[in-house]
Design a protein around this ligand. Sequence first.
Ligand code: FES
Length: 895
Amino acid sequence: MNGVTIEVDGTGVEVPEESSLLTAVRAAGIELPALCSDDRLSPAGSCRTCLVRAEGRVAAACVTPASPGMRVDTASDEVVRLRRDAVEVIVSALPPRSLADGGPGELAHVCRSMGIGPEAAQGVGGRGGDESHPYVHLDRDLCIACGRCVRMCSEVQGTFALTLVGRGGDTVVAPGTGGPWAESDCVACGGCVDTCPTGAITQPGPARGLTSAFHPSQARTRTTCGYCGVGCALDVIAHDGEVTAVLPARDGPVNRGHACVKGRFSHGYRTSPERLTRPLLRRDGVLEPVGWDEAVAHVARGLRAAVDAGGPDSVAAISSARATNEENYLVQKFMRVVIGTNNVDNCSRLCHSPSAAGLTASFGLSGGTDTFDDVERADCLLVVGANPVEAHPVVGARLLRQVLHGAGLVVADPRAVGLALHADVHLRPRPGTNVALFHGLAHVLLAEGLADEAFLRERATGLPELTELLADYPPDRVADTTGVPAADLVAAARLYGRAERPAIVYGLGVTEHLHGTDGVRSLANLAILRGAVGTDRGYGVNPLRGQNNVQGASDMGALPDLLPGYGKVTDPAVRARAEGVWGVPVPGRPGLRIPDMFAAARAGDLRALWVIGEDVRATDPDANQVARALETCPLVVCNELFLSETARHADVVLPVASWLEKDGTFVNFDRRFQRVRPAVPPPGQTRTDFDTLRAVAGAMGVDLACATPADALAECGRLAPVFAGLSYDRLDREGSVPWPCTAPDRPGEARLYRERFSTPDGRAHLAAAPYLPPGERPDDEYPLVLVTGRRWAHYNSGSMTRRGGNLALDPVDFLDLHPDDAGRYDVRDGEQVTVESRHGQARLIARTGDQTAPGQVFCSFHFPASGVNRLTSDVADTVTSCPEYKVTAVRVAAS
Ligand code: FES
């Protein structure tokens, strides 16, 4: 540590350079009140409760830098009195109820430590409150105008929704928009709730006053968020088996004391009356509750009958990026060991399978190249086809902070998504033209001498072929194809090309295309051309994962062609290693991908399908065809929390535990394994997916051998060298460990490819794939292009976020369209519209605005009742079968 040593009350203490005296005092183990300070924020120095004497003068510790050799006095009668006076002045303006119950908040804690009782609070109150928001309530009488909430909202969340209004003693926090909180720009990250020292801003209900720093001694469980792939570490406070609050962990490696509306607040689904708590079995066309023994026996009999009638390949399973690693491991083991087929896939097929294929082809491994901590050190960000501000809010906030602190930003996205508002250059390509756009950028890098020739010579391959191809992608021609002005393209290439440490972050706007894998590879070309991967000259190419365990589900081998750790099922040596651990032959023929499973079902070749934690009828494309497949398949088993569209039509529904109720691990978007721990018991008769798989295997006469999730991860490590160093003991000790991690005594590799790439020849591979048009194109009949994606308050099919307060934040399914198109098609803002594609029909509420470009419309898929995925096509990535969700030709008319 490059440190500074100072003396605090006669004792030497070393702290990092640029630390404050407050940090040094706390490092010395001395508690100081600091009511306007929060480690996550810049210091304000306004409350004067942290006064100390330093080098002979009285100073606010939070805003005074620790200088070498400084002597600090915190304990003299004088400074103790000054601090007490400052706290008493603050408390005197508050009403007596502010301290009446003792309270869990920081101010109450400070008062208790100083012996200041409720009688010190003599304010009259009467300033009122704001309880308009489902998750954030304001009691103005308790506001001490410390400004922590305002700084949290601007500095950490980047939303700038709050301000201080009024003068002097009447100063109080308020939404910047002036109206009720519920109508403000607040995105309910909970940062203001978590930092408020007085309980002026709280979460309603039993969590009132709880923060990550101050909470009573209720049961607290450290776990990993089960929503998106960021991997926020959360502390779940529970009482009597119920979740009281979910608090962001200050030492969370990715979230660092921050969270979003989903992880922080959206756990009401757990106790929804619609939650499934008993197995259901279809009899005479009706789903009826049955006991577990009967349900398990029925599934076992059905699977056995399917194998007997059609062979092992007439059975398939769809595993889940929502489930733990250990559950995914067990699903693929069940299919390979119990059934004897490779017919197992997971929902990354529908999102990031092109990332797996593309990144593996370019660099060798199926994951992002760098940690997000490294990405945060980049001086230029190229954010492509992603809306992290809404879909990955904690990462979105970190990226925004980086930009506000000076990093250059190029956003490539057809829509004016949140980060685009702060971009140096916003490229708005026509949906489906990414490959041309990336080639255009690469053309400029080469043409203007911005490529790293030494890197290309020593560590890459494929330059001659790519150079030849790029001759066809000059900016003017690319402008014609993509609609991006040539000058913008050149400006973006120069920004990325001239940066010292550029990084690429991308999302599903790159992958969910007919040529999604080509998109990933041609995007990776840019990092290779710049030598910005596997070096200190940049931070590579990093996919943002949509679901909590997209990375892990594939890592665990829930794929039809790959075993755990990405060994090919066609490779005899890989199979032999698995067979050595499992003790049975592993089938060598790759199994069916998800779309192929549905096609096989429609053709009558699939006799049983086990769907684990996915609402495929709502989220998979061309939903009418998916429904037909499931109706044709003789046995559909569904593990679910709720009676989803898929469960509603299944033959057996098994009620399962959610992420707050089970044990395991997830792998986040930067390849970190993190623990998932049960904070509360699962309700009713629900079981974990893990237990369900073991039970059915047992009923089929096979012992899956992994008695616990910890055993499953250990067994996976024996099959897959890249996970050999992982264990629950290690994760419990270290918090998070990235893979590859090849031995218990070796660290995981957070940054990849420092010495060589993991391709067979050790080099990065440039790809020379030409641009090819998307599968769907608008015409006179269907003149608009529909793009689907997420909105901030909801998650995927919405089965969790629509059951709770989030529904109040975002209650209806909108179709966003440009005012020009609204005029052209005679659609008014707020009215119901019918959207029609060549495949189906959906009904949504029109919302006009210029976030969406003319000729395009946008909607989410959070409300299955709207039928959005009846619109999308069966066009899919030519390499991986990932659906072309981002390009559907539609027409719109008022309903
Ligand atoms: Fe130091 Fe408020 S915490 S002045």
